[in-house]
Write a protein that binds this ligand. Structure first.
Ligand SMILES: Nc1ncnc2c1ncn2[C@@H]1O[C@H](COP(=O)(O)OP(=O)(O)OP(=O)(O)O)[C@@H](O)[C@H]1O
Ligand SMILES: [Mg+2]
Length: 525
């Protein structure tokens, strides 16, 4: 197969039978190396520069991986894995990359020693299953919003930013367990960051749009809300039609009908009109005179959010020809809508539909704003994960506990597959090793210290205090991670490592051959 492939691609001679494996694993390791320096409390930042000189400074693994120019297909697979981790749990992307890079390099080493790929994968799978069981057994549930472990997990995920930890825990409380449990609802999505804003959590929405003109009221209490997924314009007539007498009469009739529709809005006492597209001058004039607030060109996402929160049913422009009684059925309501001219946004609070909360994160500059927004999103994801899945000791301690348990599995497994188990043991030592390296300590020494201390004291929460370098209890230090973030990181890393280890040969595809998205990663192998 390799020979055929070389003939097909005219690959130069001299490549050994592991060329695909080596090329893929080098690319993944190089990419993992670009983020590992950011891991943990003493991790440094990465400065991403685009070709126009645009700069992003960040510590967030998913931001780095999603923006890095990764030309190698295997590196692209790691980027996809990081994105999958981010979409599923919203945090732990650097840990995923570090684990994937380590699993892969360990796997490649074993294969090059002569262990069959199938045996490496068999052992890896067994090791991963045991690791997940250990993480599960270490998991502590939190008792609710007031459990100190919840705040600690937020604080750790927020990289020690106390104000952000406070904000996200308060927002979770406001959102309530029912909403937090809802599949597809993410606390991270309610985070908004703005330059010059004050940190705040409130029940309601922020729409990044201002009212149509400043003669419209800036604030309305107890507003009825009309949401139009369309323009608020009269029906358009072709220019040709206007040239005829009947066409002109039709035009005049349309203008009259339109004015009547707009007057219905006024008579119904509607306070806020939100349109997805443009609003005509005639409508603007009537609605301004009547003291109605209008927001135009709201995004589709905002249209849906406003309708859900205020309980409005979205209407099309033609729907305005209905009777006022019928239009009433489409109206929503909110306790208050007001425009913040300094922050150039509009807030809708106390809607009578589905409850909504917003986490507003203030920042001094644009760069800081973006990073604070990312950190708040990570922390919000962590809080939601902790409430749903509990916590495990952080700082790489849980991974070390799993690695210790897997040593016993190695003896049970026996045969060639035990080399695959070794890959998992080694990989699970990497997060602690990287965290202490980034904190300026010797990783070999510290990892061994932790393994010895955990075994001796039979305590899985022992890790390294990154300030002093001493072995310490992670619970006592308040260093905890969401269990779901940890298990998802292990699963995602294992999936990508296995997929890459299975690639035996790389063949150049003819250009433009359509390929199904993610065809490169077979589910479960
Ligand atoms: N004070 C601390 N002492 C020890 N370990 C810590 C401390 N604070 C955080 N950690 C550990 O650092 C790791 C998380 O680091 P980091 O947030 O940089 O990466 P990540 O969550 O894997 O990826 P992302 O870039 O998506 O946030 C976790 O294992 C966490 O327990
Ligand atoms: Mg993190």
């Amino acid at each position: 197969m390799n020979t055929n492939a070389k003939q097909l691609n005219n690959t130069p001679d001299g490549e050994d039978r592991f060329s695909a494996l080596i090329s893929n694993s080098s690319a993944v390791r190089a990419l993992a190396a670009s983020v590992e320096g950011t891991l943990g409390p003493k991790g440094l930042n990465c400065m991403l520069v685009d070709r126009f000189g645009g700069v992003t400074i960040t510590n967030d693994g998913s931001t780095i991986l999603s923006r890095v120019e990764a030309n190698h297909p295997a590196a692209g697979m790691l980027v996809q894995a990081a994105e999958a981790q981010d979409a599923e749990v919203g945090d732990g992307t650097t840990t995923t990359a570090v684990l994937a890079g380590a699993l892969l390099s360990e796997g490649v080493e074993q294969i090059m020693r002569g262990v069959p790929v199938a045996k490496v994968i068999e052992g890896m799978r067994a090791g991963i299953v045991r690791a997940l069981e250990v993480i599960d057994s270490l998991t502590k549930e939190v008792s609710g919003f007031d459990d100190p472990l919840l705040w600690q997990a937020a604080y750790i995920s927020a990289r020690g930013m106390k104000d952000i930890a406070d904000l996200v825990v308060e927002a979770a409380r406001l959102a309530g367990m029912e909403q937090l449990r809802e599949c597809g609802w993410h606390l991270a999505e309610i985070v908004e960051a703005e330059e010059g804003a004050k940190n705040q959590v409130f029940s309601g929405l922020i729409i990044k749009k201002e009212r149509l003109n400043r003669m419209m009221p800036r604030s309305i209490d107890n507003a009825r809300v009309l949401v139009i997924d369309d323009s608020l314009e009269p029906e358009h007539l072709e220019d040709d039609a206007l040239g005829t007498e009947s066409g002109f009469s039709r035009y005049m009739a349309i203008q009259e009908e339109f004015k009547e529709s707009v007057n219905k809005i006024v008579k119904l006492g509607i306070g806020l009109v939100v349109a997805h597209k443009s609003v005509s001058d005639a409508a603007e004039e009537i609605l301004t005179d009547a003291g109605v607030m209008v927001i135009r060109r709201a995004s589709s996402r905002d249209i849906i959010r406003i309708a859900e929160h205020t309980g409005a049913k979205i209407i099309k422009r033609t729907g305005l020809s209905r009777t006022p009684q019928e239009i009433q059925e489409f109206l929503g309501a909110c306790a208050r809508v007001y425009g913040d001219e300094r922050l150039e946004h509009t807030r809708i609070e106390g809607g009578q539909g589905r409850p909504a909360a917003t986490i507003l994160v203030g920042a001094a500059t644009r760069e800081v704003k973006e990073e604070r927004e990312r950190i708040a999103r990570d922390a919000a994801s962590a809080v939601q994960s902790v409430l749903l899945s509990g916590v495990v000791p952080g700082g790489g301690a849980a991974e070390i506990a799993a690695a210790r348990e897997i040593l016993a599995l190695r003896d049970e497994t026996g045969g060639m597959a035990s080399y695959g188990v070794d890959c998992v043991t080694e990989a699970l030592r990497r997060p602690l090793s990287q965290i202490v390296t980034n904190a300026g300590f010797n990783p070999l020494e510290k990892v061994e210290d932790v393994i010895a201390a955990q075994s001796e004291k039979r305590c899985a929460s022992l890790g390294i205090n990154c300030d002093t370098g001493e072995v310490s209890d992670m619970y006592a230090l308040g260093v905890v991670d969401p269990a779901k973030v940890k298990t998802a990181a292990i699963c995602t890393a294992a999936e990508i490592a296995e997929a890459i280890l299975r690639i035996n040969v790389i063949i150049k595809r003819r250009d433009n051959t359509p390929v199904a998205p993610h065809a490169d990663i077979p589910a479960g192998g």
